[in-house]
Write a protein that binds this ligand. Structure first.
Ligand code: NAD
Ligand code: UPG
Length: 445
């Protein structure tokens, strides 16, 4: 199939290389010329494990990046919209989605064959049918369901694991205005085997995406709330509590041989210094705001955000056990990206934590295995000194705070074993063994 993908961010570019790998002819379209040039040189504009290899293999054979929007639409049968949908403080910002719909519509005016337009961006229920479809009809002068189809295909990839998530999805949601749209969208996923496909309407497809992310966020905040109580009680460990909870038959699958498998969703029961990223915070807030429009309040999701916003304070409370005043206390921050294996700093809990520590006059150093240069755009040198290695950041500090679960940090117990005195270690992710470090403190402990 000839496919155009609009937006070459995490979703657009990963979808592009993966569909090319599956044999489709893909045009990746972006307004950002520098991104387009970089992609055409076979280099990803952002860090994502495995992406460069797939890009190099497919560029200029089955994949091409371009800024020529019109030509990309005319030369393809199906377009995926994968531009950003940020939260603007009040509601989901559909500016980019609307712009793209307008441009696709204008190109469709000159097209004589059937074309399918699919929204892959995360958009609130109703957007594809009530916002995108009317723009396409008005700009093209054509009729949806007759001259072109309209679909919605939410994306579930996780940054840092995006290629595997895309190639081996746990579900494929195929939304559409009619059978023809859904059939064509289904055909795009030929070659994706052994995966549940859910055929539905666009509004339901949109709601599936928000509900999935809201559930994940809810699980995290639930774990954090219980973890905070564990800390307050003392001698009660959230990690062991959640191990016990996982063993419930409702959260595990029992295989015919009796083996118990913990489904991935239960990994979202890990308490920590809070969820960040470009999806969970903005999607939960957008759904709450969308509910308000229908006078359908979501107090449970309001609380999910509230708990999340207070999690950095839990780290500070652990530090305060040892340092009643943080004035002049030298602290190393381990990890700046919102999760491991990415350099994405969007909504990372590291930023509110650094601001809060700085407000108390702590003296900060920080290190991230890949996100240092992205972090330098957000963190001023007077807020925290960015270090180039784990060894360097650990030198001469009173305390260490682990924010991101990078594998490299497993070396910390050994690296600090000989330090005298031992720094206080606050595990913001409960990543390390609590018995492996002398002055260990952790969320939910
Ligand atoms: N990042 C994720 O892990 C993830 C996962 C699932 C779903 N989503 C959703 O997918 C969507 C895209 O997210 P992302 O993280 O890939 O975004 P991103 O910000 O990384 O990329 C968006 C891209 O769109 C381009 N763009 C903006 N306007 C354009 C236009 N008019 N024409 C062409 N290109 C244009 C930008 O230059 C940018 O390269 C969002 O709705 C997001 O919620 C993201
Ligand atoms: O038990 C957990 C699991 C995650 N997190 C934090 O939650 C945030 C989000 O992590 P994760 O969900 O792994 O990464 P994302 O790339 O944001 O992926 C989420 O958002 C994507 C975009 O919508 C969806 O496609 C994915 O299914 C969904 O997991 C990170 O800050 C994690 O540290 C926790 O605090 N505890």
């Amino acid at each position: 199939m000839q496919v155009s993908i609009i937006g070459t961010g995490y979703v657009g570019l990963v979808s592009g290389v993966c569909f090319a790998e599956k044999g489709h002819q893909v045009f990746c379209v972006d307004v950002d010329q520098s991104k387009v040039d970089q992609i055409n040189q076979g280099v990803s504009p952002f860090y994502e494990p495995g992406l460069n290899e797939l890009l190099e293999r497919n560029i200029h054979t089955r994949l091409k990046a371009t800024t020529d929007f019109r030509q990309a639409i005319l030369d393809t049968d199906l377009s995926l919209i994968a531009v950003g949908t940020p939260f603007d403080g009040k509601e989901v910002d559909l500016t980019y989605v609307k712009q793209v719909a307008q441009q696709i519509g204008e190109a469709l005016k000159d097209k004589s064959t059937y074309h399918l337009v699919v929204v892959k961006s995360t958009v609130v229920p109703g957007t594809t049918d009530q916002v995108v479809l009317p723009i396409l009809e008005a700009a093209s002068g054509k009729k949806a369901g007759v001259d072109f189809g309209v679909g919605m295909n939410p994306e579930f990839l996780t940054e840092g694991e995006a290629i595997d998530d895309f190639m081996y999805p746990d579900r494929i949601v195929l939304g559409g205005i009619d059978e023809q749209s859904i059939d064509m969208l289904d055909a795009l996923y030929t070659g994706f085997e052994n995966v549940d496909r859910l055929r539905t309407n666009n509004s339901t497809a949109e709601m599936i995406k928000y509900t999935s992310n809201s559930l994940l966020a809810l699980l995290i905040s639930f774990s954090n709330e219980v973890g905070n109580l564990c800390s307050a009680i003392g001698n009660t460990d959230i990690v062991e509590v959640m191990k016990g909870v996982h063993n419930s038959r409702y959260l595990t699958t029992v295989l015919p041989n009796g083996e118990r498998v913990v489904p991935p969703i239960t990994s979202f029961l890990a308490a920590g210094c809070g969820f960040g990223g470009s999806c969970l915070p903005k999607d939960v807030k957008a759904l709450i705001a969308h509910g308000e429009k229908y006078q359908s309040l979501m107090p449970l999701l309001d609380a999910v955000i509230q708990v999340n916003q207070s999690q950095p304070q839990q780290v500070i409370a652990r530090l305060n056990k040892h340092f009643p005043s943080l004035d002049g206390v030298k602290i190393a921050i381990l990890g700046l990206s919102f999760r491991p294996n990415t350099n994405d700093m969007r909504e990372t809990p590291a930023i509110p934590l650094i601001k809060a520590l700085k407000a108390q006059n702590a003296s900060l150093k920080a290190y991230d295995p890949v996100a240092n240069s992205e972090a330098a755009k957000l963190i001023r040198p007077e807020e925290a000194e960015l270090c180039n290695s784990l060894k360097e950041v650990l030198e001469n500090v009173d305390a260490i705070v682990l924010v991101t679960r990078w594998d490299e940090f497993k070396a910390v117990p050994e690296l600090i074993a000989q330090f005298d005195p031992q720094p206080v270690f606050v595990d913001g992710r409960r990543m390390l063994d609590k018995n492996s470090i002398q002055r260990y403190e952790g969320i939910g402990l």
